[in-house]
Design a protein around this ligand. Structure first.
Ligand code: 13P
Ligand code: SF4
Length: 317
């Protein structure tokens, strides 16, 4: 089988200008998550957290959705827009949470708890969505857990940290899938304590995917959009940000007078950068728009099954 050869990029092109021109020419909308590099965020027609991106994908009228995020997010956009072309800069941009929850193991887990309701974090594959009762994101998870009748057993997958935090908030006991995010489990409790000592005026803000010791210390916990909004409305001038570093681009834009310090990882790595999100580059964004490839395609049956649990989430959000 011969591989498709992609025409090279003309080095004289201004990629940002070309992307803007191609968006118009192809009637495309560029949806981007806050963990994308700043140059991609700056070209987005809509930026948001997982819930907002799914909501925006649901209402777009564009012919083409160029989704700059990771695979499960683009998959959700396709499930909600089967008739539109969904393209991604890199089809291999996955997610450690989704990878750690294979559908066969998830189905076996469900089978061991036949009377339980399953709430699954949107960071999962379409196959797992199709096996779930409800989908949730970090911004609506609490509402969805509270909507389940008290006498019902709940299975929560795949993020154990978000699940534990929800149990503490709602007082509900849930069976937790033991998955975690490679980025959010990287923050060092010890180094954050040291940072707080050096910056006593800084507030610690954290995504609920972080581990328990970090969440216990946090001044504020929320989805990426909630964290951004908090830094805008809160009176403090300094924040230690325990989530993927890409969000700091918007925080700085919205509050240029404030200081944002990256939450320190355990080692000297750049582990607070999501390696999946960062597979997307301006070059790949340009190529995806120019060639309308790679496309996200899914079997109809899978789309329709996965949509049921997503629609239940929308009904409750
Ligand atoms: P948000 O829904 O808060 O944007 O989170 C998505 C995500 O992948 C966090 O790691
Ligand atoms: Fe997945 Fe973590 Fe990357 Fe979010 S930051 S996409 S949860 S690996």
């Amino acid at each position: 089988m011969s591989a498709i050869v992609q025409a090279p990029i003309d080095p004289r092109l201004d990629l940002a200008e070309e992307i803007i021109r191609l968006k118009k020419e192809k009637n495309a909308v560029l949806l981007a998550h806050y963990y994308q590099d700043g140059d991609i965020q700056d070209l987005a027609d809509f930026l948001g957290d997982s819930l907002q991106l799914a909501q925006e994908a649901k209402k777009t009228k564009a012919d083409v959705i160029l989704f700059c995020g990771v695979h499960f997010m683009a998959e959700t956009a396709k499930i909600l827009n089967p008739e539109r072309i969904v393209v991604v800069p890199d089809l291999t941009a996955g997610c450690s949470l989704a990878d750690g929850c294979p559908p066969e193991r998830f189905a076996a887990w469900r089978a061991r708890h036949p009377d339980a309701v399953s709430i699954t974090y949107i960071n999962c594959s379409a196959d797992v969505k199709a096996l779930s009762d409800y989908i949730c994101t970090s911004s609506n998870a609490e509402k969805i857990v509270r909507a389940i009748p008290e006498d019902k057993e709940i299975l929560f997958a795949p993020d154990k940290n978000l699940g534990r935090w929800l149990m503490q908030k709602t007082g509900r006991t849930m069976h937790l899938w033991q998955g975690s995010c490679i980025v959010h489990e990287t923050f060092s409790h010890r180094r954050i304590i040291a940072l707080k000592e050096r910056h006593p005026d800084a507030k610690l803000i954290a995504h609920p995917e972080c581990e328990e010791p970090i969440l216990k210390m946090a001044d504020y916990i929320g989805s990426t959009t909630a964290l951004l909004k908090y830094t805008i409305s809160d009176a403090s001038k300094k924040y230690i940000v325990a989530t993927e570093t890409g969000i700091i681009h918007q925080m700085k834009k919205a509050s240029p007078d404030k200081e944002f310090i990256d939450g320190p990882p355990v080692g000297s790595c750049s582990c607070n950068e999501c390696p999946h999100m960062k597979l997307n580059t301006l070059e790949k964004v340009y190529l995806a728009l120019r060639d309308l490839s790679p496309r996200l395609e899914m079997p109809i049956e899978l789309r329709e099954k996965a949509k049921v649990a997503i629609d239940r989430m929308f009904a409750l959000s």
